[in-house]
Write a protein that binds this ligand. Structure first.
Ligand code: MG
Length: 336
């Protein structure tokens, strides 16, 4: 998405999926809500700063945070470009490079999974995250841990377990995991708190943290000891920074998750990941983790030490590859 903010253009990316599997939003719902409700609420409206975009969008529609984030984050890029500073600097970032982890989906073939992990470890990724589900967990994690006894390893259940599975989740403690991500349903803060109380391993919340208020509640009941920040899930950089600060105040480390973004969304995530309490490797992988060719120039690459450089140019600090974007684009819509 491109936003013309008083003659300066900013770029954002809507991270909703094709289907409502991660959250209720999809590409189609986001497009509908942006065209019908969100864009009319901000286009032609003088707003002092990107921090004013979120409240204006909140008045226009309930929920639909990924749709809102696309606009809000484009406004942040435009503001940073107008000021001639990097987005990382505009957000309060303090790091020149951010440690990168990698997230690996469920494989039916354990040997194929081990080969995949091996490739990413050789590339230098600092942390490996395995997706797990109640029928695809202990055996898989045991096999990977046996093969790689020293890597930083985590698991992510994407809310696949229920309150009946607490003993099964506790069995994951045998594998020296840095954290167990979102084992239980997003709304189940008290159940997460009960589970966290019984676990040595930290719980990291992802899907549960949909707003600063939810984060405050999660921290208040000790439902987690780590938080995954995704600006798309939180309606943009503004609320993401609030969650970052809340967690910092509670001594809870955070990291930046990913939604398989193109280079535009990735640039936003990398800038956000440079904030001081982003103390764990993010899912801020290099462009080639997901794309044969990225839509930004230069693409994001992994340094030998398993980090990704935070761009220093104005705004998101990378250029959109117009020729390639035109090639992959299915449709262009202009809203005025
Ligand atoms: Mg997750």
């Amino acid at each position: 998405m491109r936003l013309d903010a008083g003659g300066v253009e900013g770029a954002g990316e809507c991270v909703a999926g094709e289907a409502p599997f991660y959250s209720a939003e999809t590409v189609d719902t986001a497009r509908h809500v942006i065209e019908r409700y969100l864009a009319p609420a901000v286009l032609g409206t003088p707003l002092e700063s990107p921090d004013r975009v979120g409240p204006a969008l909140a008045h226009a529609a309930k929920g639909h945070r990924m749709a809102k984030a696309a606009l809000e984050m484009a406004a942040w890029d435009a503001r940073a470009r107008a000021e001639g500073v990097s987005l990382a600097e505009a957000l309060g970032g303090v790091r020149a490079r951010v440690p990168a982890g990698v997230s690996i989906g469920i494989h039916d073939d354990i040997q194929a999974l081990i080969d995949r992990v091996s490739g990413f470890v050789d590339e230098g990724y600092r942390r490996v995250k395995l997706k797990v589900a109640p029928d695809r967990d202990l055996e898989v994690v045991r096999a990977v841990r046996l093969k790689f006894p020293h890597i930083a390893l985590t698991v992510d259940a994407n809310a696949a377990y229920s309150g009946r599975d607490l003993d099964r989740i506790r069995a994951l403690e045998d594998f020296d995991l840095d954290f167990i991500e979102q084992p239980l349903p997003a709304d189940a803060l008290l159940l997460h708190a009960d589970l966290q109380d019984r676990l040595e391993t930290p719980i990291c919340l992802d899907e549960s943290i949909t707003s600063p208020d939810r984060c405050r509640d999660a921290l208040g009941v000790a439902a987690c000891r780590v938080v995954n920040i995704k600006p798309g899930r939180l309606a943009g950089h503004g609320p993401s920074r609030v969650v970052h600060d809340l967690c910092a105040g509670a001594g809870v480390p955070v990291w930046c998750g990913g939604m398989l973004e193109s280079g535009i969304g990735r640039a936003h995530n990398v800038a956000l990941a440079s904030l001081p309490n982003m103390r764990l490797p993010g899912d801020t992988s290099a462009s080639d983790r997901y794309w044969e060719r990225d839509v930004v120039d230069p693409p994001f690459t992994l340094n030998a030490d398993g980090t990704v450089d935070v761009p220093t140019g104005a705004g998101i600090g990378v250029d959109v590859d117009e020729e390639f974007l035109a090639f992959v684009m299915e449709e262009e819509v202009t809203l005025t």
